[in-house]
Design a protein around this ligand. Structure first.
Ligand code: BMA
Length: 858
């Protein structure tokens, strides 16, 4: 630092030192477990390499958010600012801090400098000595550094080289360009950094750098517990056997005792002695838990968690402690030959589970902004609509610990990709070794989470090899490079460090038993709808074993668009809106599909609203079909849950956490007990799909109505839904049902009631949306005050479709939205405001529109 800092930073250092004299020194970790840990999160500054002035920086963080916080750039998400900020990723940046080390830390036998995440090409200098060259955003770095530290002021300097410039010479010298579908420059495959930072068809190109995860000094004596692995096996309701492996780094040979205990019931304390060798030791301990409480996916039971504590004693003295929260469940990815090919079914605690959910992308382009509350809101939103699985997609990052902890708590199974997506990667020894270390680091970090049910090699690379011309484009050796990572290295790492979980080479994949997107083997991505402009009806022609991606774009709501636009930008085709539409044919496709089903929306905000209806109705069609196909198909993960900035995209929740129509729809189409009508070869069939573990008894009510509310036909019957089943419970020829009625003016309503509880209802129309005769409804709204929320009772004289409630100013959450109101019936919705709001004010602000309001009156 001394050689690089300006006058400003000298002043800064002395301020830090004087502050430290008055008590501000290294922040120690709070818990007993981490007592040797001293975070280095204070006093950082940064600057562009070659510039004079230093600026205050936030660690963990990234250069874009630091520039923004210092007022040196505007908001990169605002209007078309992204385009003007490309230079940030093309230059080098340096970060520096000084910190005070006290004698206690120096008395430790060992002291390590630990970075849990450096993004990406970083040279680390401690007190003038280079201690680390980092080249992988996904690895942890631990450097023994005691000899370099001294009492009093120390300095740490990290220089980040532009990840784009770093690779340029290699890119220029390469005989063939590695395909990188979403990176216009093409450097990304060479760099172990979040692929989406380079741009994606829903994300900006903002190539970050920085100290993006915690950094600390860790002092320790004798030995430290490096990691703890817990593998539940032989799980039953009577007993669970757990194998624990405790990794211990020791400074020398010594006798040691491990004590494993838990405050949770049924877990006896275990004590075992070992002889430690110098260096790394792996110590096995067997545990048995009587009558374990099992961990279940959402909807199937509780999410019981156990916290296991490990203590390491030397000469009867406690020298290290670590704890680990885990869940007890058995897991199998069942792939058995059957009449359709081979099953692809996740089986948890012996129960086959239909996976319902979506694909997860990082919730921000700047990862340091995604904190506890945002994770909690997004993941709770997934749990609340009945999801039980998310796929952490391979173009993002291995998520933060908070993400997986919440998934454990909420019963969201995680399909975890390794971070490789839509590109071919190099195959040289150095690259492979870097990937190996990354995989070991991440598998060890995450393996105790019961939520994770699969390690998957990559996103869409097997497909790239099969269908995107890679074979013709790439040298003959490239397939061997592919196999080396995805059929050798990664399965080896998984087998060695986490044999409890299945490994799957790619998504989609047939594990090379057939073409990657085969409906008979493995998982499928179906993109005929959207990318190939196929009509939504095509969803019903797909019969995959597990659908891991399918999707359709929509625009976020007006309030979200307002956050990044000026009034003059609010046109779908404006230059600013186009910067926030990353798919090259996105608007064209939305418009094309929209005009197939509806007249042109009458203005901008109506277009936004109808785009959401279009998306929700389309995905509903796909999701219900996949569920009706059970057990042939055992999974529906739509593309995509969330956004990393405000944008037109496939998401069901926008960047600000606002639910789109699709997310409200998901609660209906992912209901545990679903009633789903389907017209098949002239017959209207009503299916009941059950994801429950036990049999359910319910009553099905079927009504044919006209749009004015007249009941033309009705029927009711008792139905028994077997556990995990899909069955037709009612059917009638369409011609008989409709005889004498105008198909354009009638619809079928079916509702399922379990006990007294309405559990699922659905509408079926007999003609496409454009041909339906929908009169203009008179909506009535009644508001009441609840506890910290308002109740809205919505009624209508005639059928009102996709009723959309909003408030003029106040932000908040409607419990339901984009719902249908049957003539003469009332829908009850609650609104929870984000800030103080009185009932009268709420009434004044409340707006309700339905589908017909989106179009000019005829
Ligand atoms: C999928 C994903 C992403 C992409 C999406 C929409 O196949 O894996 O690569 O964003 O399609 O095009």
């Amino acid at each position: 630092m001394a050689t690089t800092c300006s006058k400003w930073s000298v002043l800064f250092i002395s301020l830090v030192i004087s502050a430290s004299l008055s008590g501000v020194t290294l922040a120690r970790a709070g818990s007993e477990e981490d007592k040797g840990v001293h975070y280095l999160h204070q006093g950082w500054q940064f600057r562009k390499v070659g510039e004079q002035d230093w600026h205050p920086a936030t660690v963990p963080g990234c250069v874009h958010t630091d520039l923004l916080a210092c007022g040196l750039i505007g908001d990169p998400f605002y209007r078309d600012k992204e385009l003007k900020m490309q230079w940030i990723g093309e230059v080098d940046w340096e970060y520096a801090c000084s910190f005070v080390v006290d004698s206690a830390l120096l008395e430790s036998e060992r002291c390590d400098l630990v970075f849990e995440g450096l993004d990406t090409y970083a040279t680390v200098v401690l007190n003038g000595t280079k201690v680390l060259e980092a080249d992988n955003m996904f690895r942890h770095w631990r450097v023994p550094c005691k000899e370099l530290l001294h009492e009093g002021e120390n300095t740490l300097h990290v220089r980040f080289r532009s990840p784009i410039q770093e690779v340029m010479p290699r890119l220029k010298a390469a005989p063939a360009r590695l395909p990188a579908a979403n990176d216009p420059v093409g450097t990304s495959p060479y760099t172990r950094k979040a692929p989406y930072h380079y741009g994606w068809d829903w994300g900006p190109r903002l190539v970050t750098c920085g100290i993006w995860r915690p950094v600390y000094l860790e002092g320790w004596n004798g030995a430290r517990i490096a990691s703890l692995q817990l593998l539940p096996h032989k799980v039953s309701s009577k007993e669970a056997a757990l194998s624990a492996w405790v990794e211990v780094e020791s400074t020398g040979t010594a006798e040691a005792t491990l004590v494993l205990k838990s405050r949770d019931g049924g877990v006896p304390t275990i004590q075992k002695s070992f002889r430690l060798a110098q260096g790394d030791n792996v110590l096995p301990v067997e545990m048995k838990i009587a009558k374990p409480r099992l961990w279940w996916p959402n909807g199937l039971g509780e999410q019981a968690l156990y916290t296991i504590e490990v203590e390491l004693l030397r000469d009867a003295r406690l020298i290290a402690r670590k704890s680990c929260t885990t869940g007890i469940r058995s897991l199998e990815l069942r792939q058995l030959p059957d009449q359709w090919g081979k099953s692809f079914t996740f089986v948890v605690n012996g129960v086959p589970v239909f996976a319902k959910g979506g694909n997860w992308i990082p919730a921000d382009n700047f990862l340091n902004r995604v904190e506890g509350q945002r994770y909690r809101h997004l993941l709770t939103s997934c749990r609340d609509v009945g999801m039980n699985m998310l796929r952490v997609w391979g173009g993002g990052v291995y998520e933060d610990e908070t993400f997986y902890r919440l998934c454990d708590e909420l019963g969201l199974m995680v399909w975890q990709d390794f971070m490789f997506s839509c590109s071919q990667y190099p195959g040289d020894a150095a690259f492979l070794e870097n990937v190996r270390q990354e995989a070991i680091c991440q598998v060890k970090r995450l393996r105790h989470h019961p939520c994770i049910v699969l390690w998957c090699g990559n996103n869409e690379m097997e497909w790239g090899w099969h269908s995107w011309g890679w074979r013709e484009q790439l040298p003959a050796t490239a397939w061997a490079d592919y196999e080396a990572i995805f059929h050798k290295l990664l399965p080896e790492v998984c087998q060695q460090h986490d044999a409890s979980r299945p490994y799957w080479p790619s998504s989609p994949s047939s594990n090379l038993q057939a073409e990657p997107n085969s409906p008979n083997f493995g998982d499928m991505h179906y993109w005929g709808v959207w990318h190939a402009a196929a009509p939504f009806e095509e969803y019903q022609k797909q019969a995959p074993r597990f659908m891991s991606e399918y999707g359709f774009q929509s625009f976020p709501e007006l309030r979200t668009v307002e956050a990044f636009t000026l009034p003059e930008d609010r046109d779908i085709a404006s230059p600013v809106m186009m910067v926030h539409q990353k798919h090259p044919r996105g608007n064209q496709l939305i418009r094309e599909y929209l005009l197939r089903d509806y007249p042109p929306p009458k203005h901008f905000s109506a277009f936004l609203y109808v785009s959401q209806i279009l998306q929700a109705e389309g995905i509903k069609r796909g999701a219900e079909h996949l569920r009706r196909l059970m057990p042939r198909c055992m999974g529906s993960l739509y593309w995509q849950i969330d956004d990393c900035w405000p944008v037109a995209s496939w998401s069901s929740i926008d960047y600000f956490g606002r639910w789109k129509a699709l997310h409200y729809y998901a609660r209906r189409f992912y209901a545990q007990l679903l009633v789903s009508p389907s017209e098949e070869d002239g017959t209207l069939k009503i299916y009941v799909v059950s994801d429950k573990k036990r049999q359910s008894r319910a009553t099905l009510a079927v009504r044919l109505m006209d749009v004015a509310g007249k009941v033309l036909f009705s029927d009711a019957r008792k139905v028994i839904a077997q556990p995990q089943s899909s069955k037709v419970v009612w059917q009638a020829p369409v011609s008989e049902l409709l005889s004498g009625h105008d198909p354009k003016g009638v619809f079928l309503h079916c509702a399922l009631v379990e006990g007294e509880q309405p559990v699922s209802s659905n509408l079926h129309f007999f003609v496409p949306p454009k041909e339906r005769k929908l009169p203009r409804p008179q909506l009535s709204l009644r508001c009441e005050e609840g506890d910290q929320h308002f109740i809205v009772l919505v009624g209508s004289d005639v059928l009102a479709r996709h009723v959309y409630l909003s408030t003029a100013e106040a932000d908040g959450f409607f419990s339901d939205n984009f719902f249908d109101v049957l003539p003469g019936e009332t829908v009850r919705v609650s609104f929870t405001p984000r800030g103080p709001l009185g009932l009268e004010e709420f009434k004044q602000q409340l707006r309700a529109v339905s589908l017909v309001d989106a179009f000019e009156a005829e």
